[in-house]
Design a protein around this ligand. Structure first.
Ligand code: COA
Length: 325
């Protein structure tokens, strides 16, 4: 929902060209410095913006001053009855343009109000299961332990606590795995953030999942993914999509085991110089549908390498670089 540019300055001091419009791929490199300048270590990584671009559409708006991006707002709705909520935002201070953030917020919330709801309530918590792990919905007091999981699983560039707190407003698609031990308080060991596409009510996204290193390879990831797929199916989604680093052998194994099939190879995902494999699972509603394209993408061994037959997947752009989320 782009709005017309204006040259009016509310206090009549500096005349600048101000524009509020929907976020585009090419804004990724401009938005990230704004974010890091304002939030430092709590800044969302660039990849998180790429994910929001895929999932939130026009609810993701930017403000431009004289052609330079100076701020952004991401607004979503928890369900079709709810008022739009600002998931995350950042705005550089522009003297004489203090009205810009409210204007940008208004544009994002109006766009969010017109889009399909992100999450509809109604998924029951998963019951406690065998092997001492259970999957339940996220609670706000999970943020600290969840951040520990994030650091343990992703190391270098974790999503900040701020993002986990924001995602909590969409609570019902947000799962954590807990280790249950009679001798200790339950411990959060994994999470999965599921997100419903704001334009397509039949499409769900696995935004991020992680299991603490000490608890990996014990079926926790499989259980989190199953909980998310059930959530999507219960809410009318007919397919689930995600992107994964093609070198991430464990994640690839897990997704293929749950019948996700690779549909596109992005070798410069949203211009971020990251290679990502786009995968899709037709949900329980349709049952698993055999891939229509011949694919050969599977882990060669357990050391983390991945074999790809070039030319079997549609490729986009150039500039291969490894990524691990
Ligand atoms: C990916 C991740 C969430 C999986 O969680 P998990 O609890 O370890 O998953 P599970 O135990 O349910 O399943 C792991 C599967 O990978 C298999 N596996 C383990 N090591 C492997 C390797 N090196 N290569 C291929 N498969 C491997 C396991 O045998 C198991 O498969 P199986 O059930 O058929 O035996 C977890 O490894 C993690 O947090 N990784 C770092 C963060 C990450 O990559 N997140 C996903 C981003 S898209």
């Amino acid at each position: 929902m782009a709005q017309a540019a204006d040259r009016d300055d509310p206090v009549g001091r500096i005349r600048m060209n101000v524009k509020v419009r929907a976020f585009r791929t090419e804004d990724l490199s401009a938005v990230h410095p704004v974010e890091t300048g304002l939030f430092g270590r709590e800044a969302l990584p660039r990849f998180a913006f790429a994910q929001l671009l895929d999932m939130v559409h026009d609810g993701f708006q930017v403000a431009e001053v004289d052609g330079k991006v100076v701020g952004y707002v991401v607004a979503v709705r928890k369900d079709y009855r709810a008022e739009p909520t600002v998931l995350t935002s950042a705005m550089l201070p522009i003297p004489g343009h203090e009205h810009l953030l409210p204007r940008l917020t208004a544009a994002a919330t109006v766009a969010a109000a017109n889009a399909y709801p992100v999450g509809v309530s109604g998924t029951p918590d998963q019951p406690a299961e065998t092997l001492g792990y259970c999957v339940r919905r996220f609670r706000v007091d999970d943020v600290e332990s969840l951040f520990e999981v994030e650091l343990s699983a992703f190391g270098g560039e974790p999503y900040p606590r701020r993002l986990f707190r924001s995602l909590a407003v969409l609570g019902d698609g947000y799962f954590v795995a807990e280790r249950l031990d009679e001798r200790r308080a339950p411990e959060v060991v994994g999470y999965l953030a599921a997100f419903r596409d704001t334009n397509d009510q039949k499409l769900g996204w696995v935004m991020s999942m992680a299991v603490h290193r000490e608890h990996q390879d014990r079926g926790v990831g499989t259980r989190l993914l199953a909980a998310a797929e059930k959530y999507f199916a219960d809410n009318g989604c007919r397919e689930v999509m995600l992107t994964v680093d093609p070198q991430n052998a464990v994640a690839l194994h897990l997704y293929e085991k749950r019948h996700y099939t690779a549909i596109e190879m992005h070798i410069d995902h949203h211009g971020l110089k990251l290679s990502r494999l786009l995968m899709r699972q037709h949900s329980y509603v349709d049952q698993y549908v055999a891939p229509t394209r011949p694919l050969d993408i599977r882990p060669d061994n357990r050391s983390g390498s991945t074999r790809q037959d070039k030319g079997q997947l549609p490729e986009r752009r150039t500039g291969l670089q490894t990524w691990w989320r």
